[in-house]
Write a protein that binds this ligand. Sequence first.
Ligand SMILES: [Zn+2]
Length: 74
Amino acid sequence: MAEAKEDEKEPQGPIPCSPCRGTGKLNSNSGGEPHEVDCPWCEGSGVFIEEHDAQASQRPEGEVADEKPQAEVD
Ligand SMILES: [Zn+2]
């Protein structure tokens, strides 16, 4: 497993999605029979989506670190 450095972001071209290795498909063994599914990390595109959270839809609301500009009233 490769470790990603969060404090080092290098802007570059399309990065191949690592979970599916750029294929956009993952082999799932759920159900006892291996079958291909669309990679949730890149949504089947095969291209790494920055800050895309494959588990976002399964997460309860409120845990997403979403910075919204708030007017300061004092
Ligand atoms: Zn992928």
